[in-house]
Design a protein around this ligand. Structure first.
Ligand code: HAM
Length: 428
């Protein structure tokens, strides 16, 4: 039987991995400038953590958990990073240590979904969580930070959508109004939406089913149920975004798929690239009730996560990553291995990528391999060079070659690779 990768779980080969690295680098650089520091948590958590935080009525918990089959424990692969970070925050009594905590994380998440383009069962998220600031300025700063990041990555066609889900009071009032609105006409709803009417009627608003979308026309707006404090919070977020010059659209139908959100929520969607229908590149919002619900102190919190695969799809061909220049070393016979190893070490100490081919192949085949690998320089050493303490330096882009002392070889290689800045390090 042929062993295959699990459905919806992708291997990331080196060329693709470099694209991930670039996005991760831009993410790190951006969020570190805003004071976020890295948190690493296990991939596996107690299942109850997700029931208590992600939420019993969320699709993720109801249908998409990867459970680990152990007789004595109920464990699950994490479907998102927010619950783990909240657990760490509470367990380490972060509130007593610092008034505001800002963490970021990068790593794989697992959701048993039906795989399609931009939707996988293992996918990578880069996210941030901020605790201890009730906003609204930090809400706007976070949204602005994300918009700037999409600009830095040159993602085409990005749009920032924001909404408010109100606090607990507004949500309760809105829930009642929604149920009153849908109830008389509930036979027009999809089966899925009818079930939602009982547990989480807000989710009917972001149903993709055309029947539900039609039934939603004229539905009451959450914006009409906000308390004055919720409304002020939301208008301050918008004012701050205007001050920051961040373009945004208020989307009253944006409700997000996880149960824990309160007040500000947001998504950045892309209409360009190869992303197709899975257009949400990232999403997040405020979740002021989660930490208390997990047994912590009442703590305001806000965060987001972006899907790295979706970012790469949206970037399309804009994300071409040039490989650093490579120097290829071709020893002609085992007697030259020792001297070639020494040259290779000195080059690597100067930060040059070096491929030493000691498989005993012919010069012709080694040079073909060097060209195929995109090497710019090849160093060739035979017995004559070994005896003379020299090495041939072949410029594979200019197709000229010269013989230099082994001692000076790094200097010449660096000059050819246009890395004159490191020349002095190489010689020392
Ligand atoms: P989410 O909206 O479930 O939020 O996921 C955030 C992002 O992860 C999505 O916008 C998408 O880019 C990516 N994503 C989600 N599911 C998949 C999938 N199956 N395949 C590929 N990419 C996917 C959260 O996860 C929250 N924890 C965000 C948050 C942090 N809220 C507050 N703090």
């Amino acid at each position: 039987m042929k062993i295959r990768a699990v459905k919806g779980m992708n291997d990331i080969l080196p060329e693709e991995a470099r694209k991930f690295q670039r996005v991760e680098r831009v993410f790190r650089e951006t969020v570190e400038c805003y004071g976020f520091r890295e948190l690493r948590t296990p991939l596996v958590e107690d299942l109850s953590l997700f029931h208590k935080s992600t939420g019993e009525t969320s699709e993720v918990v109801q249908k998409q958990m990867f459970l680990l089959d152990r007789s004595d424990e109920r464990l699950a692969l994490r479907p998102e990073g927010t619950p783990s970070a909240a657990r760490v925050y509470i367990g380490n009594k972060m509130q007593a240590r610092e008034p505001v905590t800002k963490w970021f994380y990068i790593g794989p998440m697992f959701r048993a979904e039906r795989p399609q383009r931009g939707r996988y069962r293992q996918f990578y998220q880069a996210g941030c969580e901020l605790y201890g600031d009730p906003g609204p300025i930090c809400d706007a700063e976070m949204i602005d930070m994300l918009y700037r990041m999409t600009q830095k990555l040159a993602i085409p066609g990005c749009q920032v959508l924001i909404n408010t889900l109100g606090g607990a009071e507004a949500r309760l009032a809105y829930r009642t109004r929604l149920v009153e609105f849908f109830e008389p006409n509930k036979s027009a709803l999809s089966e899925h939406a009818r079930a939602r009417l009982l547990d989480n009627p807000l989710r009917i608003l972001d149903s993709k089913d055309p029947r539900d979308q039609e039934a939603c026309a004229g539905a009451p707006m959450l914006l009409d149920c906000l308390t004055p404090q919720d409304a002020e919070h939301f208008s301050m977020v918008q004012a701050a975004l205007r001050d920051l010059g961040t373009p945004f659209v208020v989307d009253p139908r944006l409700v997000r798929g996880l149960d824990y959100y309160t007040r500000t929520c947001f998504e950045i969607v892309s209409t360009g690239g190869e992303i197709g229908s899975q257009s949400a590149l990232l999403g997040g919002g405020r979740y002021d009730g989660m930490l208390e619900g997990l047994g912590g102190e009442p703590t305001p919190a806000i965060g987001f996560a972006m899907g790295l695969e979706r970012i790469l799809l949206a970037m399309g061909s804009a994300n071409t990553q040039e490989e650093p220049p490579l120097c290829f070393i071709a020893p002609l016979g085992s007697s030259t291995f020792g001297a070639c190893l020494k040259v290779a070490s000195r080059l690597r100490e100067s930060g040059v990528w070096v491929e030493l081919d000691a498989r005993g192949n012919s010069l012709k085949s080694m040079l073909r391999r060097a060209n195929n690998m995109g090497a710019r320089v090849a160093l060739v050493m035979g017995d004559a060079e070994l005896e003379g303490g020299t090495i041939q330096v072949k410029n594979l882009t200019g197709h000229d070659s010269t013989t230099v002392s082994q001692q000076d070889a790094p200097l010449h290689v660096l000059a050819l690779l246009h890395r004159k800045d490191q020349t002095s390090e190489a010689i020392s």
